[in-house]
Design a protein around this ligand. Structure first.
Ligand SMILES: Cc1cc2nc3c(=O)[nH]c(=O)nc-3n(C[C@H](O)[C@H](O)[C@H](O)COP(=O)(O)OP(=O)(O)OC[C@H]3O[C@@H](n4cnc5c(N)ncnc54)[C@H](O)[C@@H]3O)c2cc1C
Length: 191
């Protein structure tokens, strides 16, 4: 029997897509879908792009002031947009968080990635073959959805048996080593 292989290509027809979130994943998804000629709406709940790296305005980010990347900048870059040496004056190979935010902003500007800010998505459901998206300030229908809402803004605190009198802090809430000066500290988890 002959097998006929069929490749379904998104570019074969142009569709409407809603991208939820304008962090690193939402920005590149929006750009790539735009490039293919689709009609793309990127909805972001905050007032700026960058998600995790938007330390200034995104109060849900797990970022902390002294964070430097754990990857060199050239490995973190999008393939279509090299990570130049300087967006904020931080030229280190493993830069601080502001430099990543600067890079993402430069990418969005250069590639003309449009984002609707202050638009948290509240509900998505399928109605008569289309995805109906309700967000603050609007309600629209789309052929497809990209969920790029990130993974790190909600902390998971495991249950412990026993009792501990000292300070317990989840890494999401960590901002400074000041409170731990002179103390014996144990870290649970090592990502
Ligand atoms: C402290 C920390 C350090 C890290 N360091 C590195 C590193 O050095 N190198 C590295 O490669 N990766 C690092 N990461 C991983 C980091 O998560 C990724 O680099 C990247 O930021 C993930 O992008 P994202 O777009 O998936 O999610 P996010 O950056 O979280 O973006 C998600 C976006 O979705 C928005 N959103 C969420 N819900 C809704 C909604 N309902 N409606 C509309 N918008 C919504 C959010 O506001 C946010 O802007 C680090 C992560 C953390 C937490």
């Amino acid at each position: 029997m002959r097998t006929v292989r069929r490749t379904i290509s998104l570019s074969a027809r142009h569709i409407s897509v809603c991208v939820v979130g304008a962090g690193g994943a939402g920005l590149i998804s929006t750009h790539e879908l735009n490039k293919e000629g689709h009609s793309v709406t990127c909805l972001e709940s905050e007032k700026d792009i960058g998600g995790t790296w938007d330390y200034q305005t995104n109060t849900r980010s797990s970022m902390y002031p002294s964070l430097r990347t754990n990857l060199p900048r050239n490995l973190m870059a999008y393939q279509c947009f090299p990570f130049g040496p300087n967006y904020t004056g931080d030229m280190r190979r493993y830069p601080g968080h502001a430099e990543i935010h600067g890079y993402l902003k430069a990418f969005a500007e250069e590639k003309k990635v449009e984002v609707k800010f202050d638009s948290p998505v509240e509900n998505i459901e399928k109605v008569e073959g289309k995805w109906e998206v309700r967000y603050r300030g609007g309600n629209d229908k789309f052929d497809a959805i990209v969920i790029a809402n990130g993974h790190y803004e909600t902390k998971h605190v495991p249950d412990f048996t026993g009792h501990f009198d000292g300070k317990i802090l989840h890494s999401h809430d960590y901002k400074s080593p000041k409170d731990f000066a002179g103390k014996r500290v144990i870290f649970l988890g090592s990502a």
